[in-house]
Ligand binder design. Structure first.
Ligand code: RIB
Ligand code: CA
Length: 314
């Protein structure tokens, strides 16, 4: 089977970085058509060079990087330096990138990349706020049906929120964009906190990452050791949840996951529930199911999958 074509929309972010490396480490299964940067964990002027830094670390500067939205559709940008550090990739000292970013605006390039390829051959993998995706869908509504699917990290239902009691960060930053994406008619697979909180980093796993004895392995042990400190303190757990890579892991090995086809709406009214993903788990409304909401994952096997990809990158 030919490798699946992916566009990764991202706000690196240490966990975004793992997702990107997981995809790059499996060229047998996926082809990364490009990275599109969005403002989220840190502002766009940092997420763009962070994309370039990661591709240079992986020796994959053949993958193009495009700059997208610097702000959400409606509300002011909220960032997460308290989690990811001032650079967005604290924990490893990257050299300044030398690769040029491409000139096209990311949403424009997404439309061109998808509409110029055969139907149902490109998968969109959003790992940050959904601003770029909503803009691309607004420019070309046919995108929703042209895409193979959207596999996104975002939202929360059973787990509650991580940026407010009701909202997960990616959705909270741009709930207007998220609402448009969930109403677009595209096939959507959601890796929310309900799933990603089952994927806890462990010290033995990080030690194996470090023992890969490659630049990538050493760098990522540093990045993730920094990244998980915030969540281990917040949740009182041994390790922190590894959110974004669960999207690429689902694409590579969907058999390691379970999900339900449900309706998901996004609250855009200001207030306590602003940015909440409202999941009709028991179908108590007549709202049409519009997403596959992942509810379970096999954490040990997913972490083995990630390490295997990192070994191939070494
Ligand atoms: O809530 C977790 C999400 O917010 C992840 O994508 C992380 O990178 C941050 O963007
Ligand atoms: Ca992210």
């Amino acid at each position: 089977m030919a490798p699946r074509s992916l566009i990764i929309d991202t706000d690196p972010g240490q966990d975004d970085a793992v997702a990107i490396m997981l995809a790059l480490g499996r060229p047998d299964a996926v082809e990364v058509l490009g990275l599109t940067a969005v403002a989220g964990n840190v502002p766009l002027h940092l997420t763009v060079p962070n994309c370039l830094r990661l591709l240079e670390l992986a020796g994959r500067t053949d993958v193009p990087v495009f700059a997208g939205a610097a702000a959400p559709l409606v509300v002011p940008l909220v960032t997460a330096e308290h989690v990811h550090g001032a650079t967005g990739l604290d924990g490893w000292d990257f050299p300044d990138p030398v690769t040029p970013v491409r000139p096209e605006f990311a949403p424009d390039w997404i439309v061109e990349a998808v509409m110029s390829r055969p139907p149902k051959t490109v998968t969109l993998v959003p790992l940050g706020p959904l601003t770029n995706i909503a803009l691309a869908l607004a420019k070309e509504p046919r995108l929703a049906q042209r895409l193979e699917r959207i596999v996104l990290m975002g939202g929360a239902s059973i787990e509650g929120g991580n940026i407010t009691p009701t909202a997960e960060f990616n959705i909270f930053v741009d709930p207007h964009a998220a609402a448009r994406v969930f109403r677009s008619g595209a096939e959507i697979v959601v890796l929310s906190l309900d799933a990603t909180h089952q994927a806890q980093i462990t010290r033995p796993w990080l030690d194996v990452m470090r023992a890969l004895d490659s630049k990538v392995g050493v760098a990522f042990e540093g990045l993730l050791s920094f990244y998980e400190r915030f969540d281990t303190e917040k949740y009182g757990t041994e390790g922190g949840p590894l959110h974004d890579p669960m999207t690429v892991a689902w694409i590579l090995a969907p058999e390691l996951f379970e999900g339900l086809h449900l309706n998901v709406e996004v609250e855009t009214t200001p207030g306590l529930c602003f940015g909440q993903t409202v999941v009709d788990r028991w179908k108590v409304t007549d709202r049409r199911p519009n997403a596959t909401w992942i509810t379970k994952l096999d954490s040990p096997k997913v972490f083995d999958l990630i390490l295997d990809a990192f070994r191939r990158l070494a």
